[in-house]
Design a protein around this ligand. Sequence first.
Ligand SMILES: CC(=O)[C@@H](O)[C@H](O)COP(=O)(O)O
Ligand SMILES: NCC(=O)COP(=O)(O)O
Length: 250
Amino acid sequence: MPAMTLLSVNLNAVAQLRNRRDLPWPSVTGIARIVLDAGASGITVHPRPDERHIRRTDVFELAALLRSDYPKAEFNIEGYPSEDFLELVEQVNPQQVTLVPDDPAQATSDHGWDFAGKGNYLTSIVQRMKRPDRRISLFCDPDAGANGIAAAKATGADRVELFTGPYGACFDDVAQAERELAALADTSRAALAAGLDVNAGHDLTLENLPAFQAAVPGAAEVSIGHGITADALLMGFAEATRRYVAVLAG
Ligand SMILES: CC(=O)[C@@H](O)[C@H](O)COP(=O)(O)O
Ligand SMILES: NCC(=O)COP(=O)(O)O
């Protein structure tokens, strides 16, 4: 079990802001530098077919930056395993690929895989994507439970990423937040017991992360974008990153 939960900063929101104009700022690679210098362990991007935030060019530029200046940082590329996506991953060769069952029309990711129903499909994608230097993570519903986790493990994946969106959405409902945390904790325990490492992400914030950490110990990595970008508008990306890293350090 990893000693500390690592922070991977999702830069989708930065790219989305940049894309409001036909101009190169805010710079996605520039912000990547700032968060990595401030203590983030990796960078996450979730390119979508319409390039409404991260563009294919961003993926290549980030990969080049990490290779040249941050060789210890992890690049995590998330997305639906379309042929275009798989070819992009093969060209860029990130350390981690997170497969997400999102439809191009979705505003954002809103559910995990149906591991039992899509088992054969996922197994073939995992086999194609897996390399000794690349891990595969599967986006996982918070209530996937032991049966879902057994099916996820059978695909050959290395990790699951717990979808924390429903937990993040109940910031003003403490009782519901506790129910969401209990489901996440059950699924995380089942994953760890099955030999899968656990990542987590979606709508995690400085405010909801401590309770998540307490309820779901042992996560290898959280990827955070929207919340840290909102914080960075107030305090800058360096300070925001330092605060998330401090929360994760406990
Ligand atoms: C899989 C996941 O939860 C994130 O990658 C999320 O989809 C971020 O994407 P957006 O920032 O575009 O919502
Ligand atoms: N993989 C989840 C992720 O990157 C989280 O993004 P966000 O919801 O924090 O924007």
